[in-house]
Design a protein around this ligand. Structure first.
Ligand code: SAH
Length: 261
């Protein structure tokens, strides 16, 4: 006789505010025997929402040792095959730069039932909480979400620079100088507004605004660091920022933007 196989649920935890968990996420956590969570997931809620579950931190922090991805997948499968209801709790949406696709595939391959509960992605919600809509009538009718983990290839920079609309960069703080330079090299106007929204949905949320030519210096001066979402495009002009310094920077950028609409 073999024990009944458990299951894996890949749960998107949203951008950090517990109010942005879905009802499905809350239910999955309540039912979980084990929760494997990330640093970017809103893990502070786990004690309350998953009180009977065993909590395992598999978080990755830049520069710190982390449990390798294969090991996370092995753990998920091992626990599910032993009969546990396993929740893999991730920041944002599991399928947006979250390696959720790999984890789902590994579960399928091992015969473990797996389902996904999408989450509110930081790509849209972090700009939103700074007052920046990713689309806006007459300003932007498309948005592109790109990983800034590695520098843009020449082809990517060329396409992005010519695309119009809004460009949203996740994991882009350390490569910001190379990303902004590559976009300008491929013809994106220097005066294109850029916002960097750090630590969205926390008390330490901060928005730094400049234009493509000035954002590197502005980010250095402000000491910007990860996690942050970078937004490039005309919608940045709509930023709701209480910080007068940021507003002044944006006005500066607007004044310099010869080719603004
Ligand atoms: N799956 C996640 C993204 C994972 S990649 C999602 O859908 O949101 C991690 C990157 O997400 C970070 O480097 C940062 O760019 C962004 N990010 C996630 N949460 C954030 C937050 N609260 N504030 C700012 N950026 C955030």
């Amino acid at each position: 006789m073999t024990a009944p196989v458990g299951s894996v649920v890949l749960v998107g935890g949203g951008p950090g505010d517990p109010d942005l968990l879905t009802v499905g996420a809350v239910r999955a956590l309540q039912d979980a025997d084990v929760v494997l969570y990330d640093r970017l997931a809103p893990y502070a809620v786990l004690d309350e929402l998953a009180p009977q579950a065993e909590l395992v931190d598999v978080g990755k922090r830049p520069g710190h040792h982390a449990i390798p991805q294969e090991e996370i997948e092995r753990l998920l499968i091992e626990r599910a095959l032993a009969g546990a209801r396993v929740v893999r709790f991730k920041g944002g949406d599991p399928f947006v730069f979250g390696r959720g696709g790999e984890e789902a595939a590994a579960c399928h391959a091992a015969g473990v039932p797996v389902r996904v509960i999408p989450g509110v992605t930081s790509a849209i919600s972090v700009p939103a909480t700074a007052g920046i809509p990713v689309t806006h009538r007459s300003l932007s009718r498309l948005f592109t979400v790109v990983s800034g983990h590695a520098p843009l290839s020449a082809a990517e920079a060329e396409h992005l620079a010519g695309l119009g609309g809004t460009i949203i960069v996740l994991m882009g703080v350390s490569n910001l100088p190379s990303i902004s330079a590559a976009l300008m090299r491929h013809g994106m106007p220097q005066g294109t507004p850029v916002a960097i929204v750090e630590r969205g949905f926390t008390a330490a949320q901060r928005t730094t605004v400049s234009d493509l030519a000035g954002i590197r210096e502005a980010a250095d001066a402000a000491g910007v660091h990860s996690p942050a979402v970078i937004v490039i495009g005309e919608v940045v002009r709509l930023v709701q920022e209480r910080d007068p310094e940021a507003v002044a920077l944006l006005a500066d950028a607007t004044a310099r933007a010869g080719d603004a609409p």
